[in-house]
Design a protein around this ligand. Structure first.
Ligand SMILES: *Cc1c(COP(=O)(O)O)cnc(C)c1O
Length: 342
């Protein structure tokens, strides 16, 4: 039996056409001269995000950490939502690689707003830690693929400007935010100095991310990428997969979003569970009192449906281009059935 895998949108495999594009990619030594396919990808990302340039990275984590390193100084702090990817899944890189600390902001609602962040600003005083960067994640994974709306992005940008701080956006799934909201990518990106986007999530590429920025920051970022071990050679082989995903798989994200809504509709209320209404392709299911995620995830796996235990009492399902609408509905029915079972 092949399972329906909704653990993440990173489980997608390159399609035959994507593989062909990769095999046929024109390549060169990217560190030395710029690889022609990588340069094409970087130009396309910069154009979509309305920045002067973009740099290709092997992973989103490395790209985020390089941007944090660009903006921060040792002994300062980074203001961001307490459930950001940078807080939970990047191996304390802000501290380990950049010598800065995290100022985690508890959201009053689902995702930290500019007003929430404002409550965490310390008075300027010589004996208090000072901030060097504001980060925002869009869509916000831990909150359930929530879109930070353009109005809020602008408020966060204005808040950072008041403090004289740069903004980095972790836009691993900014593609989803743009497709779901109809807001152009460059409008979101205009609210940040550096923008990270990932190719290995909903776009279905096997590997890769990019950071877009303007001005001299890009040259500094190039040096940081090299220092972090991220300068590559014939990277066009993988950049071609990313380019293919960008051009062919972006519009189909709308189908992933429809599938997530269908999943949520089937699971909502089953056995007393509540669902965070999905903005995009991530569905968070909060279990009723007394239910634990681990045995439920296990029971679903035994029935051919792979889900993630997000916390002890929360399960995550992610839709992506390797699952059909029928498979997503079937998976939701399996989870609803297991939830209804006492
Ligand atoms: C996946 C993800 C990353 C990291 O990307 P990788 O390419 O897996 O390193 C960063 N931020 C968010 C919000 C993500 O979902």
């Amino acid at each position: 039996m092949t399972s329906i895998d909704l653990r993440s949108d990173t489980v997608t495999r390159p399609s035959p056409d994507m593989r062909r594009a990769m095999a046929d990619a024109e390549v060169g030594d990217d560190e030395r001269d710029g690889d022609p396919t990588t340069l094409r990808l970087e130009r396309r990302v910069a154009e979509l995000l309305g920045k002067e340039r973009a740099l290709f990275f092997p992973s989103g984590v490395m790209a985020n950490q390089a941007a944090v390193n660009l903006h921060t100084r040792p002994g300062t702090e980074v203001i961001l939502d307490q459930d950001a990817h940078i807080v939970h899944w990047e191996m304390a890189g802000v501290a380990a690689l950049s010598g800065a600390q995290i100022r985690p902001v508890a959201p009053s609602g689902i995702v930290a707003t500019a007003d929430d962040m404002r409550r965490y600003v310390r008075p300027r005083a010589r004996h208090m830690t000072s901030p060097s960067l504001v980060c925002v994640e869009n869509t916000h994974n831990g909150a359930g693929g929530k879109i930070v709306p353009l109005s809020e992005m602008r408020a966060i940008r204005a808040f950072a400007t008041e403090l004289g701080l740069p903004v980095h956006m972790d836009g691993a799934r900014l593609w989803n935010a743009s497709v779901a909201s109809g807001v152009p990518l460059h409008d979101f990106a205009a609210c940040a100095d550096t923008v990270m986007v990932a190719f290995s999530k909903g776009l279905g590429a096997p590997i890769g991310a990019a950071v877009a920025a303007s001005g001299p920051a890009v040259d500094a970022l190039w040096g940081i990428r090299k220092r972090f071990g991220g300068a590559m050679r014939q990277s066009g082989i993988i950049a071609a997969g990313a380019l293919y995903g960008l051009e062919h798989n972006r519009s189909q994200l709308a189908q992933d979003h429809a599938n997530a809504r269908a999943f949520a509709g089937i699971v909502e209320g089953a056995g007393g569970a509540t669902v965070v209404a999905p903005d995009t392709n991530i569905v968070m299911v909060d279990l009723p009192h007394g239910r634990q995620a681990a045995p439920l995830v296990q029971a679903c796996a035994a029935a051919g449906v792979l889900l993630s235990g997000w916390s002890a009492t929360r399960i995550r399902a992610v839709t992506h281009l390797d699952v059909t609408a029928d498979q997503v509905r079937a998976a939701a029915e399996v989870l609803a059935r297991e939830l209804a079972r006492a």
